[in-house]
Design a protein around this ligand. Structure first.
Ligand SMILES: Nc1ncnc2c1ncn2[C@@H]1O[C@H](COP(=O)(O)OP(=O)(O)OP(=O)(O)O)[C@@H](O)[C@H]1O
Ligand SMILES: [Mg+2]
Length: 273
């Protein structure tokens, strides 16, 4: 069942509040679990029967890059670890979860990891399409700008009619900063996340404009009147404005860009796909 933008925002705030919180909570009724195996991080989220987040765990790890698993055993260990943490928090064994993949890549890369971590796969759908499914949308495109890739799903009358992905994301933003300041990639990542540094946006504007070009290509020929953003790279102040100017369309930024795709994947499990 799709939710309104207001309801989605409320759930995102709840997820942010409980992120990486291990203290036990009582959860009644069926649960749905989603696991987002990203380029920059792995996120596991558990929703209760009402779709309310009850557990959310994020671990920064580079186990997947652009739809390719670069550290298979590492990915399995993280999924097992996050599953164990979430199980302890909700006092219930987690045996099933939904997962996702960048459009155009092989879903098996993600589903194999869940299965190796002893989880039954309860649903699998590409990343921006998960977000598109969660929200009530028409003539819109969901754009997920993650660590490694930018994925787009075009929605007409609530249905995804097109999805595609290209390897440009937050990694490329950090590489530009690392090159400019002559610092390591990790230092550039930290710098990028420092709030209120407007110089960063001016330096990485061409990279964000390239993302805009990618999205423009993805939506060409489709009836798109607005853009919904997801993905951690949208945390960078000013990204939405640059994209709105590039695309000439209104752009909606969620309050917790890092958590929208994981929330949508967990909701997918609840829909029994
Ligand atoms: N506050 C912040 N400001 C700027 N960038 C941020 C911030 N927080 C996270 N990021 C960036 O967001 C990216 C991670 O986002 P996300 O979790 O959506 O990606 P992912 O799902 O791991 O990757 P992908 O979807 O490409 O496989 C990283 O590049 C990270 O540096
Ligand atoms: Mg992602």
């Amino acid at each position: 069942m799709p939710v309104t933008w207001e309801e989605c925002r409320r759930r995102l705030e709840k997820a942010a509040l409980i992120l990486n919180r291990e203290e036990p909570v009582a959860v009644q009724g069926p649960i749905s679990v989603g696991i987002d195996l990203g380029t920059a991080d792995v996120v596991l989220m558990v929703l209760d029967a009402a779709g309310e987040p009850v557990a959310a765990f994020l671990e920064w790890a580079e186990v997947v890059r652009d739809g390719v698993v670069v550290d298979y055993p590492g990915a399995i260990d993280i999924v097992r670890d996050l599953t164990a943490k979430a199980s302890r928090r909700i006092g219930r064994e987690i045996t099933r979860a939904a997962t996702s993949f960048p459009p155009g890549t092989d879903p098996k890369l993600s589903t194999n990891i869940l299965e190796a971590a002893w989880l039954e796969v309860s649903g699998v759908l590409d990343e921006p399409s998960c977000v598109a499914r969660l929200l009530e949308l028409d003539k819109a495109a969901v754009v997920d700008i993650g660590g490694g890739t930018t994925g787009t799903a075009v929605v007409q009358g609530g249905k995804v009619v097109f999805s595609a992905d290209e390897p440009t994301g937050g990694r490329h933003v950090s590489l530009v900063l690392a090159g400019h300041y002559d610092i390591s990639f990790d230092e550039a990542e930290k710098l990028k996340r420092t709030p209120g540094n407007r110089e960063i946006l001016s330096l990485v504007r061409p990279t964000i404009q390239r993302v805009g070009d990618i999205v423009a290509r993805h939506i060409r020929g489709h009836d798109v009147e607005r853009i919904i953003l997801s993905g951690g790279t949208c945390c960078l102040a000013g990204v939405a404005d640059v994209l709105a100017a590039e695309l000439g369309l209104p752009v909606t930024l969620p309050s917790q860009p890092l958590l929208l795709t994981p929330l949508a994947i967990a909701a997918l499990a609840g829909d029994g796909i």
